[in-house]
Write a protein that binds this ligand. Sequence first.
Ligand SMILES: [Zn+2]
Length: 225
Amino acid sequence: MNDEIAVVRNPRARRTRLSFDPVTGTARLTLPPRASAAKALTWARAQDEWIAQQRARLPDARPFVPGSVLPVDGRELTIAWCVDAPRLPRQDGATLAIGGPVEMVPRRVDAWLRRRALSLLEADTAFYAARAGVTVTGVAVGDPRGRWGSCAHHGAIRYSWRLVLAPPDVRRATAAHEVAHRVHMDHSPAFHALVATLYGRDPAPERAWLRANGAALHWFGRSAG
Ligand SMILES: [Zn+2]
């Protein structure tokens, strides 16, 4: 997070626009091709009250440190660190036990969450692919900012590892969505009908959950301030 206003010139912009990205916590000033940047910036700086309001509404940073609580696959896990415990994180009931140097905890928890996300999403994807009668050539996880999943023409699907922090239904609905792209590479009515068939119903509540809570998932693993 910072106090800067990012200035972006967009050839398709019709007017100067100030927006705020709740994922990154930055204000962005979009300018049409010939607008004066200096004038626009003066105007944007006068909106400091609005920017401050947006900033105050940002999700809390949820660093991966001892004592932090993480929602994993629908269950709250507390990071329990003890220097003598095995270094590889291990889920034990409602705790995620982890040992080794404390400064390594954030990185090890991040890696553990990505592995957990991948194994869950591989299983979800295989389930819906079998239901759809399609093949998926590979499943991977990454950390894209603007999307929860993507399906390539050659049949590989990539997801955001952060879906492991969402309710399981939200994660599964995302898998059903991406698998349906193996049949329809668009968002046509036929595509949405197939998603509903694969998932068992229209996943509107899951989409709404992501719209309302998706930005907060991007604040896990970040340090405060
Ligand atoms: Zn899609």
